[in-house]
Design a protein around this ligand. Structure first.
Ligand SMILES: O=C[C@H](O)COP(=O)(O)O
Ligand SMILES: CC(=O)C(=O)O
Length: 208
């Protein structure tokens, strides 16, 4: 089974049609990524997660944009092996904890970091990374917490062009991005294009 420290890149997916879930997962795996974040922003999300979990039991399928305990329950029931959110909500964190499923809450301020850490999370999403000030902001913000062992996944405005700046930081365990498989590519079935983007991102990540 894959684990969260294994992949430097997490594709953030918005999927409208659950029928696209399996070919999409196939395209990511073909590029070398056995991980996917399916955001709970569409009605198709839970079914997409279920289909991927059933077809590719070794793939690390996670649920993104999980903002309530009720969504957390649906995400886990569908087979999510981890969860993420743009922000920090203690009830959502507590639900994931009660099921022993890793959860990565989003943070953008020192207060968010302390709240998430207090709730038991050490892997945090830095969101929206670019708009919040990029690596300059992240370096300044995480400096006081170096003894806590918190690690970050910057997401929001991360691209092939700037991902290395983030991955070069020892506090960054991965970056997330929607450019790896865009909504338009998924809708048009551009699986080869997605596979190529994944290959390009993994080749770039290997430069760190
Ligand atoms: O909604 C934002 C996603 O988390 C990823 O951000 P992005 O589209 O800038 O890669
Ligand atoms: C912001 C993000 O990536 C999420 O919705 O989980």
């Amino acid at each position: 089974m894959a684990d969260l420290d294994q992949f430097p890149v997490i594709p953030v997916i918005v999927i409208d049609n659950a029928n696209d879930a399996v070919p999409l997962a196939e395209a990511l795996i073909a590029g070398g990524l056995n991980i996917i974040e399916v955001t709970f922003r569409t009605a198709a999300a839970a079914e997409a997660i279920e289909r991927i979990a059933n077809k590719f039991p070794d793939m690390l399928v996670g649920a993104g944009t999980v903002v309530t305990a009720e969504q957390a329950q649906r995400a886990i029931d569908a087979g999510s092996k981890f969860g993420l959110a743009p922000g920090t909500d203690p009830e959502t964190i507590a639900y994931f904890k009660s099921k022993n499923v890793p959860f990565i809450p989003g943070v953008m301020t020192p207060t968010d970091i302390q709240m998430a850490y207090k709730a038991g999370c050490k892997r945090l999403k830095f969101f929206p990374a670019g708009a919040a000030g990029g690596t300059k902001m992240l370096k300044a913000m995480c400096a006081p917490y170096s003894n806590l062992g918190v690690k970050f996944c910057p997401t929001g405005g991360v691209s092939l062009d700037n991902m290395l700046e983030y991955l070069a930081m020892p506090e960054v365990f991965a970056i997330g991005g929607s450019w790896l498989a865009t909504k338009a590519q998924i809708a048009s079935g551009d699986w080869a294009g997605i596979t190529q983007q994944v290959k390009d991102a993994l080749a770039k990540a290997a430069e760190v």
